[in-house]
Design a protein around this ligand. Sequence first.
Ligand SMILES: NC(=O)c1ccc[n+]([C@@H]2O[C@H](COP(=O)([O-])OP(=O)(O)OC[C@H]3O[C@@H](n4cnc5c(N)ncnc54)[C@H](OP(=O)(O)O)[C@@H]3O)[C@@H](O)[C@H]2O)c1
Length: 253
Amino acid sequence: MEIGIIGTGKLAHKLAFAINALPHATLKIICGRSASKAKRILESGNPTYIDKIGEIPKLDLLIISVSDDSIREVSQQINASTETLVVHTSGIKDIDILGAHANRGILYPLYSFFDKKKQVLKEVPFLLEANNAVLLGKLKLFAEAISNKVYEVNPVNKKQLHLAAVFANNFSNFMMTTAHDILSQEGIDKEILLPIIKQSCMNWIKGEAVNNQSGPALRGDTKTQEVHIHKLTSKDQKDIYESISKAIHNYYK
Ligand SMILES: NC(=O)c1ccc[n+]([C@@H]2O[C@H](COP(=O)([O-])OP(=O)(O)OC[C@H]3O[C@@H](n4cnc5c(N)ncnc54)[C@H](OP(=O)(O)O)[C@@H]3O)[C@@H](O)[C@H]2O)c1
């Protein structure tokens, strides 16, 4: 299977390294706006670097891994052969954004990638869509070679999963950053929060998060909440505290 990737960002790197490790697939093309951004991919395998999307040759699979807002524009520049399966990697964009291509699909990893280092993707869930069953089968074969967790989804489920992941990962990660910042103001080592953070993850894994809520918002301890809000230093932190406390109170009342 001959594969190309458009994009030289975080996910493009992860996918390129994973494809390079496959015995029955070859990363033939890396297409990006700057060769220096593809340097590590080019060094780790043997793909050809192209900077003009319109010059990408015939491939079995072409993965568009660019910013969500550029997918349509990039897709329109591809002169893909009718046999090429063109996919994007976004959790929020629909398959029809690739409308010009007869064979189209989505290869969305439900995970957070924040660097360009090599990473084993075996435990990363990959959510797939394609515009017909044959293409879905082809995409599934490819995805199963790089991950043990491959799922066929519909557009509604995919967006719902993307939304849930924003809460489970992006928001919770930012909450932990905020907790860290609050401790840093008093020079307290963040390690002391490790048991309570582990407890939150274990509650979720055991399916008990909903039954294991505690804290001043649940108890309705408004005086405690006032002390906390007073101690917070930024308006954003105060707004987050008030809005989440209100949501907890309303959820459990
Ligand atoms: N990172 C994640 O955790 C993650 C997880 C799942 C899915 N995804 C999806 O994967 C896709 C890429 O995300 P990412 O995190 O890898 O992004 P990223 O690291 O910010 O990289 C974005 C890439 O898009 C390229 N690009 C942007 N506009 C372009 C245009 N008009 N023409 C050509 N190239 C363009 C950028 O090129 P320049 O460097 O030249 O600007 C860069 O190579 C997105 O659809 C995202 O939703 C990401």
